[in-house]
Design a binder for this molecule. Structure first.
Ligand SMILES: CC(C)(COP(=O)(O)OP(=O)(O)OC[C@H]1O[C@@H](n2cnc3c(N)ncnc32)[C@H](O)[C@@H]1OP(=O)(O)O)[C@@H](O)C(=O)NCCC(=O)NCCS
Length: 164
């Protein structure tokens, strides 16, 4: 994703249907997103595109909780349930372990988000535990589940090296 793509990202992150029913409600300005883009340093946002170039979602990596490499992702509602989430996360994990000197990748999800949990488990992430009532969203304090995959569990690229 380049800086000129931020208006589309803004449309998506401010749309409750795209971010999903469990994420905090956001209303980001272009200036907010430009600042986040400039501050990403060790992180990057990517569009998930179909072969015809249609943008159907995003997947991002960033650094959280001090030094943890974390990923986040979302798809347009009409493109869910077709395997694209699993494919995008698999590619991101391949890319990160092939290109970065890291031992683990983590994801932080709402325990109610079964689709997201299934994507992570299919890609080989394991649940580490629950951070209880760690953030406030949509009227209540909510738990977060932490998932991770270690380099030794990943073992080898699943998609990128196969040239798919
Ligand atoms: C989470 C998300 C990216 C999943 O992507 P997806 O492309 O729909 O998922 P996949 O099609 O790859 O499905 C992966 C598994 O989850 C299952 N699944 C998909 N949607 C599901 C749902 N709503 N409820 C239960 N299971 C679901 C699929 O059946 C599949 O399991 P299977 O192979 O055993 O059948 C997508 O639902 C989304 O964009 N949600 C809103 C944003 C969000 O929650 N992002 C994550 C924040 S941490």
């Amino acid at each position: 994703m380049e800086k000129e793509d931020l208006p589309l990202l803004q449309e998506w992150v401010n749309n409750l249907n795209i971010e999903g029913e469990y994420e905090p409600i956001k209303q980001e300005t272009i200036k907010d997103l430009e600042k986040q883009y400039d501050d990403l340093k060790e992180g990057q946002w990517f569009f998930i595109e179909k072969k015809d170039g249609k943008k159907i979602g995003y997947v991002a990596h960033f650094v959280s909780m001090g030094k943890q490499k974390e990923i986040g992702y979302a798809l347009l509602p009409e493109e869910r349930g077709k395997g694209y989430g699993t494919e995008a996360v698999t590619i991101m994990v391949d890319y990160l372990f092939l290109s970065k000197d890291i031992m683990r990748i983590q994801a932080d999800i709402r325990p109610e988000n079964i689709a997201s949990q299934k994507v992570l488990e299919k890609v080989g992430f394991k649940k580490e535990g629950i951070l209880r009532k760690c953030y406030f969203s949509r009227g209540k304090l909510r738990d977060t589940a932490i998932f991770s995959i270690l380099r030794e569990e990943w073992k080898e690229p699943k998609i990128i090296a196969k040239g798919k």
